[in-house]
Design a binder for this molecule. Sequence first.
Ligand SMILES: Nc1ncnc2c1ncn2[C@@H]1O[C@H](COP(=O)(O)OP(=O)(O)OP(=O)(O)O)[C@@H](O)[C@H]1O
Length: 594
Amino acid sequence: MDILFCYIRDLYNLSRAKFAINLLLMVMLGMMEGISVLMIIPLLMVAGIIPGMQAASEWALGLDQFFQHIGKALSLPFVLLLYTGINFGESWLQRRQSMFNFGIQQEFGVSLSIRLFRALAYAKWQFVMTRTKANITNVMISELMRVYSGVSMFLQMVATALITIIQIGIAFMVAPGLTFSVLVGAFTLFIFLRTFFVESRRMGQNTTNLNSELLFDLTEHLNGIKDVKSNGIESAQIHSFIQTRTRMMKNLCGFIKLQTRAEMCNKVGATIFISVFLFSAIEIFKLNPEQLILVAVISARLWPKLAFLQMGLLNIQSILPAFLSVKELESQCLAAQEEFLDDENCNRIALRQGVEFRDVSFYYESERANYALVNTNLIVPVGKTTAFVGVSGSGKSTLVDLLIGLLTPAKGKILVDDKLLSENLRPWRNSIGYVPQDSFLLNASIRDNLLWACPDASEEEVWEALRLASIDTFVGGLPEGLDTVVGDRGVRLSGGERQRIVLARALLRKPSVLILDEATSSLDSENEKRIQQAIDNLQGKLTIVIIAHRISTIRNADKILVLEQGRIVEQGNYQSLMNKRTGRFLALACASTT
Ligand SMILES: Nc1ncnc2c1ncn2[C@@H]1O[C@H](COP(=O)(O)OP(=O)(O)OP(=O)(O)O)[C@@H](O)[C@H]1O
């Protein structure tokens, strides 16, 4: 019930004015529908088309007097014209109201997805890396879509509920006893169908889980498609996909069974109640023909509406788990927001002294018992090249993620020119150029990829960045030059070309600090040399931080820090470290060349 209330509140808060207008249109519609029902029989009586004027109600007599007063004679064409006019007005209003409904539905969908995307974009890296991409994508696309469809249904339900209330009011005025008996019947059916609602909610939850599983299967398969093919395990993947798809089908069939069973119960219930109603109207209440026809007309309209409300509730129940998963992801993202003091701040930090780690320790939530980095003290001096080396798992990437501000220290401080990094997160990020090992390129042109991180760069700046990354000759030699499309994740380029494009992209931002996170470790020696040359050319021009697997790539670094089990165990320049006969660095260097 809480989540249903939350759904209604979110919808109402989004666009109160539209919601109110929509409500007004609905009420008018309900009234018009009521009037058209009420008018036709008395008008036909007044016009002498249905005999029994004497038995007609005060309402019919009043109408007759009104028409006499305005000097119009009631004839069949006039009566039908009036009836058509009222119905035309009703249809026009219906159209306006449908358009309003659609507008509210779209606005709700767009605003929910923007809110969720913004919350996700500003969520801490530490939170995002604990969530599977498939789960996030599922919530952002499939679950949100289910939520939109729910809006339209929900608004229709509100409209129907309002119209129903009006009709119930009219029916009560004409025949309170019979109307009451119809309502008791509908309420009994509602109590009976409550078990269906619980089942519908359970199936909705299954849909959410299965959608997520399907997307997980699909994205994991696509991510590892080369490995899948190389290991010849396509059939296992297909089997898993078939299983998920079959479970989805069964779940959907189950829901349709439930829905049709509920519809059937409604129809059977309607038949029983209409029979009881007709019997009591004729035999017990002895209604006159006008009352009988009117109440019959109202009931014939009332019951389908009550049935629609019951079915609507059933469908809404199946959608609420989707809304719940959207709300859950949003609130988790909001609880893990990065603390940007000024979201729009585009300032950069022109590093003057350097970055300092003071007694920094860090552990991953899932590994609370083990620190990935322990009591680390270090300085990354401005304008110099600082390199971090160590065996796998020694804490190099953790250290760089802390340096970028993607992770927050559990203990200690990180200072950028004596100011806390955490209080200058946005300008600090704006000042960083980052080249990871597994570089990320969009399936777009080289130009688009370069401008992705720096949309305002000029053509000259682009070529200057390409030159600094030693890839200008290659790009210049391509038939389509900067407009060459690189393919999915840069598949149409070699590893070395990809890496140099990413380096050029990082340099285009004119960063204060360039971070190369094992940027050459997956390259062959020829490509490694080329990128190494580009990096060597940059030395002294900006602050560079390198994480290296191959010791040969950091020969020229001003300072090398050796990490072991999250601690800095040695530091110095290449020569001084190589001279330590029993040092860790020498051991790493020997291992790296073997
Ligand atoms: N997301 C994570 N969740 C839990 N533990 C992690 C996570 N990432 C890294 N670790 C752990 O933290 C420690 C340091 O890992 P880190 O990735 O920083 O090492 P590394 O030196 O960069 O390794 P590599 O050279 O293999 O990339 C390791 O024990 C690792 O298992």
